[in-house]
Write a protein that binds this ligand. Structure first.
Ligand SMILES: [Zn+2]
Ligand SMILES: [Zn+2]
Length: 391
């Protein structure tokens, strides 16, 4: 398909894609509970006559669109899950499920991939390669649905040469897309610390071992590990977001918990940081006369966009949307479970602008007022088709 044919074909099915998105937005489901969403995807694919398996990796769907004259396969991926957030938008398609909302745009991702599926199927005679469509569950919840999909064999038989995914990006105006080659998103690890001291009267601190003091020292000084030892050029962020020591103005508690996160982009350094961090928190606790229990809950690895695949994606996006509508992206310290695939096959994860130019304020993802400009659905389907036909 030429860029013009793609644009016309997408315009012709826009209302349907918009309908998919508003339906999914009304009926969001939490991670690994996407049973209705899975059935919706499956039924839509059945109506389009597309071969697929459901219940893959718990509640995922994998569809297959075969090119008549190619043995090559590539993969396109979407995610299905919503978040435990009460929607605050007053829109006609507002979530009908109390306390659950598509606040990360996964409804849009799924609608876009279903629209893409329809047009790939209609134009399969001219497909340059076969396409595996991956609708995965549980992006928002560790250990990540990508893991279950990989374990279920989604990267095998037939093996995709590479995978491409898009993600909504409210920081960017609708009509634009963003791409970054190489390192793009961070690994994530949760840090759970429990300091144990000796509680007592706040007026007699000499008789106590104050666990809050240990926590305070860790908050203020753990950054030194990064300053001193992080490999040059490897972005690293350590932050603490929760401290809990339930004493009072005149009571020193015997325990204090501290929670935070480490984000970085190098696996060897990620391991080394935690070796040093473990020694550091133990040293602090011992020096104060207390002890500490430290638990690291590993999240997703860093995400690296393959330079070769990314170049192809970038060129096809420029061809479809125009040079001025394809921007370079900055590094991002958030994490994304698509990263798991990127450690197995070459990938490109790019961003879809969904910001409304008429609004003075576009809310970020995971915000109760997050929403997308509907035109982004059209751009998303065009982008995915262009990646297949012109990549
Ligand atoms: Zn999210
Ligand atoms: Zn997301």
């Amino acid at each position: 398909m030429t860029p013009k044919q793609i644009s016309e074909a997408v315009s012709a099915i826009f209302d349907r894609v918009h309908g998919y998105r508003t339906y999914l937005h009304r009926y969001p489901e939490l991670s690994f509970q996407e049973h209705n969403t899975m059935l919706f995807v499956s039924e839509t694919l059945s109506k389009l006559g597309i071969r697929h398996d459901k219940g893959v990796g718990k509640t995922g769907v994998v569809a297959y669109i075969e090119a008549p004259n190619s043995t090559r396969w590539i993969g396109l991926r979407s995610d299905l899950d919503a978040l435990p957030i009460q929607e605050e938008n007053e829109v006609e398609y507002k979530s009908l499920v109390l306390g659950v909302m598509h606040a990360c745009g996964h409804d849009a991702h799924t609608a876009i991939l279903l629209g893409t599926a329809e047009l790939l199927q209609k134009n399969r005679e001219s497909l340059p390669c076969s396409v595996k469509l991956i609708f995965q569950p549980g992006e928002e919840m560790a250990p990540g649905g990508a893991n279950y999909m990989i374990d279920a064999g989604v990267l095998e038989d037939p093996k995709p040469e590479y995978l491409v995914a898009l993600h909504v990006y409210p920081e960017m105006t609708v009509g634009k897309v963003g791409v970054r080659s190489g390192l793009y998103m961070a690994s994530s690890d949760e840090i759970h610390l429990q300091f144990i001291g000796v509680g007592g009267h706040g007026a007699l601190p000499a008789n106590c071992v104050n666990p809050l003091s240990m926590a305070a020292e860790v908050i203020l000084n753990a950054q030194k590990i990064i300053d001193e030892f992080h490999p040059e050029g490897v972005p690293t962020v350590l932050s603490f977001g929760r401290i809990e020591g339930l004493g009072s103005t005149n009571v020193i508690p015997s325990e204090c918990t501290l929670k935070g996160t480490l984000r970085t982009m190098d696996e060897a350094w990620r391991t080394e940081f935690f070796e040093r961090f473990t020694r550091f928190v133990n040293e602090v606790a011992t020096r104060y006369g207390g002890s500490v229990e430290f638990e690291r809950a590993p999240g997703y690895p860093f995400l690296k966009n393959d330079p070769h695949v990314t170049k192809g994606v970038q060129q096809s996006l420029k061809l479809q949307l125009g040079e001025a509508h394809v921007e370079d992206l900055p590094l991002r310290m958030t994490a994304e479970d698509f990263a798991f695939y990127s450690h197995k096959v070459p990938v490109c994860f790019f961003r879809l602008g969904v910001g409304d130019p008429a609004k003075t304020m576009n809310y970020g993802v995971h915000h109760p007022k997050f929403d997308i400009h509907a035109d982004a659905l059209r751009v998303g389907v065009e982008a995915m088709l262009s990646v297949v036909f012109n990549g």
